[in-house]
Design a protein. Structure first.
Length: 88
């Protein structure tokens, strides 16, 4: 069984972003409500998924307190965007 992760530059960038968001969520959890932490960790799990790191996504989803919250946010449909470009 191979546990190799993609090593292309985009995958590495997404995994780096995932780790950054994960750490920011941990730091935000000290002083901010759980909604902020959950949002950051949901974004981190999306970044890990885009980077091909499914093991890290599963690890985040299996967390006792935040796992179900992250899973609910991941299953939400993306917000609709009206128009393609913001005009002033």
């Amino acid at each position: 069984m191979s546990t190799a992760r993609p090593a292309d530059p985009a995958a590495l960038a997404f995994r780096g972003l995932g780790w950054t968001l994960l750490m920011l969520g941990g730091l935000a959890g000290i002083a901010m409500p759980a909604v902020v932490t959950t949002g950051l960790w949901t974004a981190a799990s999306r970044a890990f998924a885009r980077g091909g790191d499914d093991a890290m996504v599963q690890r985040l989803l299996s967390a006792t307190k935040f796992g179900p919250r992250i899973r609910r946010r991941l299953n939400r449909p993306a917000p609709r965007r009206i128009g393609g470009v913001c005009e002033a």
